[in-house]
Design a protein around this ligand. Structure first.
Ligand code: SF4
Length: 402
């Protein structure tokens, strides 16, 4: 990051803007970038372990992350906190007032906007993801975050991607202003319910600090046509919540507040926090919840159908939930020549793209072989038990014409 800032400033960029660059303290840039690494703005990260912060592909270092813009483009974003000071006491968070964290840092709006524009003009980033602790109070900090984004839009005439985190308990008017200058805003709910929040944080109120703010955002979108949609994030397993609780909260978020996305982050104990000795949650738990989320949003499974993926302890097993649902519901084999789009989507190994290809292929004639289905993207090792052709299915499929 230090090298990027230096290189960006050595370049002779068009110096549009209200004032010359300010030189930020590089330790501050590192600390506030590093402190955002548990804030999720995209669900795709390589599970490959990469050692050393200077290695390409390392997703542990804070500073730059990637997200998808509304047109599907992947954009690199400068991801940082505005301040790592916080008066709240979330037991898993290194910024919490009850954690024995390091030094406290904070930007000013001008400093952060100027630093961001240096990085943007140096072609290192295309957008800003700005989160924060609440500082001494959420009113002042949220006002400064909004001022930073407004400065980028007006003084610097920056038209690229901006994601602003809405702080718990943020003022309604600040939320409205934040939404008018952002492409995306988010309130982190972190836990599925009020009772779970009370187990890990005594200073935040689930209904007023979190859900009420999400409701404001939803109303600004639906009634005033505000352009920014909202997302949220849940920490998986930090408060002992089950996967069923998380999934039900996810459904509530999509239905009640019209969220664009819900992100999941498997709990990782952070040294110096109250939960530093609690067990780390396996990454596969996060992955299986993303699969459930996908089945709900993209495959349009009903929440009732999806409940059969959970075991008797209300958790997901480390197995493909779509296959678990097919097995639990005793899914009968379907004939790809006559099955509807929805029926095809229920077959493990068939996704929206391969289902559409099957429907298109049927308009040109009958599907006659495994090879044809495989060429359409069907994963035959998963799909075979759930497909039949002319009354033949499962092991007999092996006898389909190659
Ligand atoms: S409100 Fe956010 S920054 Fe503050 S302690 Fe809780 S999780 Fe950390």
């Amino acid at each position: 990051m230090e090298r990027m800032i230096a290189l960006a400033r050595q370049g002779r960029f068009d110096s549009e803007g209200p004032a010359p660059s300010v030189r930020p303290d590089i330790e501050k840039v590192y600390a506030l970038g590093e402190a955002t690494k548990h804030d999720i703005c995209v669900s795709t990260a390589s599970p490959r372990s990469v050692s050393g912060i200077d290695r390409i592909g390392n997703v542990c270092a804070g500073g730059i992350c990637h997200a998808y813009a509304h047109d599907g483009r992947c954009v690199s974003m400068f991801k940082t906190l505005y301040t790592n000071a916080c008066t709240h006491e979330c037991a898993y968070c290194s910024n919490a007032s009850c954690s024995s964290g390091g030094a406290v840092y904070s930007y000013t709006p001008h400093e952060l906007a100027s630093l961001f524009m240096d990085l943007y003009r140096g072609n290192y980033v295309e957008g800003l993801f700005l989160s924060s602790g609440v500082g001494a109070d959420e009113y002042e900090t949220m006002a400064s975050m909004v001022e930073t984004a407004e400065m980028l839009r007006t003084a610097y005439r920056f038209q690229g991607y901006v994601h602003l985190k809405i702080l718990p308990g943020a003022d309604r008017d600040h939320i409205r202003r934040a939404m008018s200058v952002s492409d995306r805003v988010s309130v982190n709910i972190e836990v599925p319910s009020s009772s779970r929040l009370s187990e890990i944080c005594a200073t935040k109120d689930f209904k007023t600090d979190i859900l009420r703010r999400q409701r404001y955002i939803q109303r600004f979108v639906s009634k005033e046509g505000a352009p920014a949609g909202q997302t949220t994030q849940l920490v998986v397993g930090g408060a002992g919540e089950t996967d069923v609780e998380i999934f039900k909260a996810t459904v509530r978020e999509y239905h009640k507040f019209g969220l664009k996305r819900v992100y999941y982050s498997a709990f990782t104990p952070v040294p110096g926090t109250i939960l530093e000795s609690q067990c780390m949650q396996p990454a596969w738990r996060e992955h299986r919840l993303y699969q459930m989320d996908w089945l709900y949003r993209i495959y349009h499974y009903s929440s009732c159908e999806l409940m059969s993926a959970f075991d008797c302890s209300d958790h997901l097993a480390n197995t493909d939930p779509k296959r678990a649902i097919a097995q639990a519901s005793g899914l009968s084999p379907v004939d790809p020549n006559i099955a509807s789009y929805d029926e095809l989507l229920r077959v493990p190994g068939i996704g929206p793209v391969s289902a559409r290809r099957i429907l298109a292929a049927r308009t040109r004639g009958s599907i006659r072989s495994r090879k044809e289905l495989a060429a359409m993207g069907v994963v035959m090792c998963r799909a075979s038990p759930y497909l039949s052709l002319g009354g033949w299915h499962d092991s007999l499929l092996a006898r389909w014409m190659a």
